[in-house]
Design a protein around this ligand. Structure first.
Ligand code: PMV
Length: 311
């Protein structure tokens, strides 16, 4: 039976996509920008089967983090695969196998890489039987329908997703050549409130009023700080942004949250470098307890110091 394989990287948003205008098409209330995490990847394989239905199973291999998708997550993944099959005129049934080289569902944006990889593998399969050719923006917008943040994973080193429905890479002086990324895994427990649910709930927070405008202002300011290599200003903007998103979670009705004592400890470690040295990392969090640190290569000593302290 024929097989197709693809992989896609995760990404970490610095200006977050949180809140949707339409849940149907994952149209965001604000534009967002992310750094592509090229080392953190999801791998997907689809294999034809005569079983008469599509099924999911974990991709096995030493390089992969063990994964077990719950029933709801499997249904979401396979439902989207079914939409992709229609989109790319794919006939027949498949065993869909996937796994990542990092833990899923705990705030390292595994939905971004897994939906991007599923879209890519389906497109590759569809192309083999003559489906119409799409450019990268068009392909990313197909992927967006499965998981909004996945559209940014098609671009590197930065993915910009605008409310106009376009995704593209942006050229900035900071890139994968001169940045270092580390994520402090303070917990790899599965989250109890999914990001799809979070998108819905945050609109019930009083703080959601003005959120699209705040995100828009921050995006403009961040792009200009990164462009002019004002790292400290970029840190300040990203600091406000991740607290803003987590404050939305904590003030929703009903409220929820992802931070734990380990998250706070990790955040404080990164922050203390700024306080003591006058330089340090961009600190950010996704919808999960883990904390992301982005350093300039010139601050490798701080990067090494943080990793040592975290251990
Ligand atoms: O792509 P979704 O629907 O899983 O949304 C996730 C959005 C965040 O990861 C919380 C933020 C972002 O912009 O990536």
């Amino acid at each position: 039976m024929k097989k197709w394989q693809a992989e896609a990287p995760s990404n970490i948003a610095l200006i977050k996509y949180m809140g949707k205008i339409s849940s149907e098409t994952n149209q965001p209330t604000n534009s967002s920008i992310s750094l592509t995490l090229s080392q953190l990847k999801t791998f997907v394989e689809i294999e034809e089967t005569a079983s008469g239905k599509d099924t999911w199973e974990a991709l096995k291999g030493e390089q992969y983090h063990p994964i077990q998708l719950g029933e709801k997550a499997q249904t979401r993944y396979l439902d989207f695969f079914s939409r992709l099959k229609d989109e790319f005129s794919i006939r027949g049934n498949f065993i869909v196998r996937s796994a990542s080289n990092f833990p899923a569902d705990c705030g390292i944006a595994s939905s971004a890489s897994s939906f991007a990889a599923l879209t890519q593998v389906s497109y590759d399969c569809g192309r083999d039987s003559g489906c119409k050719e799409l450019d990268l923006n068009q392909l990313s917008q197909v992927s967006r329908q499965g998981s909004g943040s996945s559209c940014r994973s098609f671009f590197a080193p930065w993915g910009l997703w605008t409310t106009e429905g376009e995704c593209k890479s942006v050229d900035l002086p900071y890139n994968s050549e001169n940045l270092l990324h580390h994520v402090a895994i303070v917990s790899d427990e599965k989250k109890t409130v999914s990001s799809s649910e979070a998108h819905l709930r945050v609109t019930s927070s009083e703080l959601f009023l003005g959120r699209p405008e705040r995100a828009h202002r921050r995006l403009e300011a961040l792009m200009s700080s990164l462009q002019s290599e004002n790292w400290e200003s970029a840190y300040q903007i990203c600091w406000q942004e991740f607290w803003d998103m987590h404050a939305l979670f904590e003030t929703s009705h009903p409220h929820f949250g992802y931070m734990n004592a380990g998250s706070i400890e990790a955040i404080q470690l990164g922050k203390s470098q700024w306080d003591n040295e006058g330089r340090g990392p961009i600190i950010t969090m996704d919808a999960g307890p883990n904390v992301h640190f982005i350093y300039r290569k010139q601050d490798q000593d701080l990067f090494d110091g943080l990793k040592k302290s975290l251990k």
